[in-house]
Design a protein around this ligand. Structure first.
Ligand code: FIX
Ligand code: ZN
Length: 423
């Protein structure tokens, strides 16, 4: 039955967006078999690297507050609980927590049934201390209405690798992504590590080395069953220069990606450690070159590319590139774009240029609890944009049914990705 009035239409869009399960295609969380690699709880939420960068904006060198002169080393040497105390004091109590990352902490507390008005950090800590990781995973997935997540899985991570090698069976809601920064962005070190693992590789990417890298990739695909292979790349990324990275992409990643039907996800535009002292909080952003993406898609039409770009200035041209190449699927409002202003702008742009053939969001959650706020905020924003887009349709005389809205929203929230995989 068609939704005849605009009010009913907008209300239905709002409800459907808020009740449709999400398949979150990029996160940094882990299922419980990975132990303390899975971060959760209020102290992890407060010491999220977004908030670490922000606490240094409110210079804790203010002696009136008896904080010792804090520098990056001193901060990171503090116990996480103390780091969280400092962030809570500076970012939440001494200044209103209006930033997206700060507001997200309060949304998270509220969705877990705590009252942000208490402002009592130790009371919040008691809530988490009473839970196990498995219980909390179930709570968060239920409250956030998450169908599944894709992790970021790095064979070069010494803590993570043994879990995969143990063959333990994981939580079916957690899917793997084979992350290749260690291989592609530092071949000088990677080839010595691969050699120590028994792969017959050398620095020069000769035939044997290429074959051995492909063996490495296939063995990890067999072990992880990743839904895609991914890498983060600098703004200067060029897949056609003479670099080891370019050669590895063309000789190894693209052939294996095609043969094993695992898309290649390129996350482009991150300037690593612009401020090294901030460590994981120290990465910045730069505008990348869309022609590299366009040429890869043109010259590898049997390959599938998932692409997200970190610079706001790259977004419109990424949409246009996606209009030219159906083997290119843009995804998410990544990192510094995961804010109301840019989520709104990018989602409108993508709907107007790509219809529903894109992935509007991923959470990038590093802490389990962040699934709650990142998706609550994004559902709200995506619903507002979709209300306007369906209203625009309504004004043409076109009418939609609730079932069609459900179909469209579940396509955006996981269907487009699964369709792209050929699932
Ligand atoms: O490369 C990535 O997967 C980035 O998302 C992370 O490195 C980044 O620190 C992050 O978590 C951004 O939200
Ligand atoms: Zn990420």
């Amino acid at each position: 039955m068609f939704l005849e009035t605009e009010d009913k239409l907008r209300q239905t869009v709002w409800e459907v967006v808020h009740r449709t399960p999400i398949f979150d295609i990029h996160t940094h969380i882990y299922d419980a078999r990975f132990g303390d690699l899975l971060l959760w709880g209020i102290d992890e939420v407060l010491t999220y690297h977004y908030l670490v960068a922000e606490v240094f904006r409110y210079d804790p060198m203010d002696q009136q507050h008896f904080y010792e002169h804090l520098d990056y080393q001193k901060f990171y040497a503090m116990p996480k609980r103390k780091q969280a105390d400092l962030i809570w004091a500076k970012v939440f109590l001494e200044h209103s927590p209006v930033s997206e990352a700060a507001r997200g902490v309060l949304t998270t507390l509220g969705l877990l049934g705590m009252d942000p008005r208490d402002r009592n950090l130790n009371l919040y800590r008691e809530y988490f201390e009473a839970k196990t990781a498995e219980e909390h995973i179930n709570t968060v997935f239920h409250v956030a209405n998450i169908e599944g997540v894709i992790m970021t899985n790095d064979p070069f991570d010494d803590k993570e690798r043994p879990v995969w090698e143990s063959g333990q069976v994981g939580d079916k809601r957690f899917h793997a992504a084979l992350r290749l920064d260690g291989l592609l962005n530092n071949w000088g070190e990677a080839h010595t590590i691969l050699k120590s693992w028994g792969y017959n590789v050398k620095d020069k990417l000769d035939k044997t080395t290429v074959a051995e890298v492909n063996r490495f990739l296939n063995e990890w695909i067999d072990r992880m069953d990743p839904l895609y292979m991914a890498v983060s790349l600098p703004p200067t990324f060029d897949a056609f220069d003479k670099s080891d990275r370019a050669k590895l992409i063309h000789k190894c990643i693209l052939p294996v990606s095609r043969d094993r039907h695992r898309p290649f996800a390129m996350m482009i535009g991150v300037k690593k450690l612009t401020n090294p002292g901030l460590a994981v909080a120290g990465d910045s952003v730069g505008k990348a070159t869309i022609e590299v993406v366009e040429r890869l898609c043109l010259e590898n039409q049997k390959n599938k590319f998932l692409v997200t770009m970190l610079s706001r200035e790259n977004q419109h041209e990424l949409c246009i590139a996606a209009r030219k190449f159906n083997n290119l699927l843009p995804f998410g409002c990544w990192w510094y774009l995961n804010d109301p202003m840019t989520i709104d702008e990018m989602t409108r742009m993508r709907l107007e240029l790509l219809g529903l053939s894109f992935i509007p969001q991923h959470s990038d959650a590093r802490v389990l609890d962040q699934l709650l706020y990142k998706w609550a905020h994004s559902r709200w924003l995506i619903a507002l944009v979709l209300q306007d887009k369906y209203s625009d349709l309504h004004r043409t005389g076109w009418r939609v049914t609730e079932t069609e809205i459900e179909r469209d929203v579940s396509y955006l929230f996981g269907g487009a990705f699964k369709h792209f995989l050929g699932a």
